[in-house]
Unconditional design. Structure first.
Length: 482
């Protein structure tokens, strides 16, 4: 098999994670499994290298770049951007036609300011014109979920995938978590052989019934993984389930939780930390671009500028520095289907001030998913439905973990909402009232709110989950009106 590649983050300027004796004890127990972790790491890196994906080498290169000064790092990222733009202009048919050709007749292809915004509908309709004309060995396809609109299909080259994975592993090294640690995963799909190689036990969120939650909780209690990774909604659901079933379990059930794939709400972070005792590490990415950003020990979400160029737009124009707007992304590594200035469907801003952790990467803040999730209120305003997150957080903090398993808010019309509660028993007046207040706070005091018990709330086909949606056919039981 060969000698495993040693991946060590020896940065001297990153702060230590705050000491938690129970978490440290859990990590010390996990350290006795070092040989198991090293074996899985070595096997995983070797197999990826054989597939043309040198993840280990890329991690080391990323670690070297992050030790640059901010000025040096910005120069590196700019050089990567220019190289990606030259490649896209030369080899992608779409970028030699229409608006792309007209915009750059008098400008250099290496100037990102000359490139039009690439909309999701264009990627969906003109996918074949976005494929590079060069032969790309190992090219494969992946499809986005429905979480930001109609799914799009994107071609990826193996090295681009390797850069994306390497960025994630490098970011976990900021927290002292190496490749190959025992991991519980809550995701929409599984890959049994790859998951085993990576030392991961996967529980699919699409079929996460009560029995599935019991199985995941049992694995968490018995196997004592170092890391739990998955969708924020699923990990939050597991955290509450474990505490409801095992209220006297130790304060730290897993030392680290890595979340991504959905918007992370403050109440979810708090629930996970309180019930699992875990340090929550947020990641941001998408199918079209791969990994985009990750949280450092200081709590900032750092953009992987070596691999992706992030801009913020108001409509079709760049937003002033520091303002919130649509995120527009350019892949710097995908040579199979380069996406330049792609409006991904999320919103956020780039902080003008650096993070005190010392990393040279820019910081992404105010991240909000699904720009299409704007709902009309009872009094005629337009707000993003993620505003319900604060109210849901208050409800979860006010009721014990076993009070309900899950919930979703459905808008029937601007002045009428249904709240579906996954629960076995009747819904009490206190819970119904609290949920009605959570809806009315952002959407209007005059709203009608029907609170209804359902046996099970299904997730999206991708396994993702949103706490809000427009009216959907469900068979409710026992409605109560407030």
């Amino acid at each position: 098999m060969g000698t495993p590649e040693l991946l060590v983050d020896d940065r001297r300027d990153l702060p230590r994670i705050p000491v938690n004796p129970d978490r440290d004890a859990h990590i010390e127990l996990a350290s006795r499994r070092t040989l198991d972790q090293m074996w899985h790491r070595g096997l995983y890196l070797m197999l990826q290298r054989l597939r043309g994906r040198p993840v280990g080498a890329f991690v080391r290169r990323l670690q070297g770049w992050e030790r640059m000064s901010r000025v040096e790092f910005e120069g590196l990222a700019h050089a990567h951007l220019e190289q990606a733009l030259r490649y896209a202009r030369r080899y992608v048919p779409l970028y030699s036609s229409g608006a792309w050709s007209a915009e750059r007749r008098t400008s250099s292809a290496e100037d990102i300011r000359c490139w039009p915004v690439l909309e999701r509908q264009t990627v969906h309709a003109k996918m074949h014109e976005l494929l590079a004309s060069r032969v790309i060995p190992g090219r494969y396809y992946r499809q986005s979920s429905h979480s930001t609109g109609a799914p799009v299909r994107v071609a990826v080259n193996p090295q681009s995938a390797a850069w994306s994975w390497a960025s994630e592993y490098r970011a976990m090294l900021w927290h002292g978590v190496p490749i190959g640690v025992r991991t519980l995963m809550l995701v929409g799909v599984d890959h049994p052989m790859t998951d085993w190689v990576k030392n991961c036990k996967v529980f699919r969120t699409g079929t996460l019934t009560r029995a599935g939650m019991d199985s995941a909780a049992s694995y968490l209690m018995k196997a004592q993984p170092v890391l739990c990774s998955g969708l924020p909604s699923a990990v939050t659901q597991l955290a509450r389930h474990v505490r409801a079933r095992h209220p006297h379990a130790g304060p730290v059930l897993v030392p680290f939780v890595k979340v991504g794939g959905e918007q992370l709400y403050p109440f979810q972070r708090e629930e996970i930390q309180r019930h699992l005792g875990a340090r929550v590490v947020q990641f941001y990415g998408c199918t079209e671009m791969g990994s985009i950003a990750a949280e450092c020990p200081h709590g900032s979400l750092h953009i992987f500028s070596e691999n992706v160029h992030v801009e913020v737009f108001h409509g079709n124009e760049p937003a002033p520095p520091g303002e919130v707007g649509d995120l527009v992304l350019t892949s710097l590594t995908n040579r199979a289907m380069p996406l330049v200035r792609y409006r991904v469907g999320d919103r956020g801003r780039i902080a003008p001030e650096p993070c005190p952790c010392g990393l040279p990467h820019p910081v992404l803040t105010d991240l909000t998913g699904r720009t299409v999730d704007v709902y009309a209120t009872a009094d005629g305003r337009q707000i993003h439905a993620s505003a319900v997150g604060e109210g849901i957080g208050r409800v979860m903090a006010s009721f014990p973990p076993g009070e309900f398993r899950n919930l979703v808010l459905e808008q029937v019309r601007p002045d009428w909402w249904r709240v579906l509660v996954e629960r076995d028993q009747e819904i009490g007046a206190a819970l119904s009232s609290a949920l009605a207040d959570a809806v009315r706070a952002p959407f209007g005091a005059q709203c009608r709110v029907d609170v209804e018990r359902v046996p099970f709330i299904s997730r999206e086909r991708s396994g993702k989950f949103r706490y809000y949606r427009r009216e959907h056919q469900v068979s409710p039981e026992t409605p109560s009106h407030y």
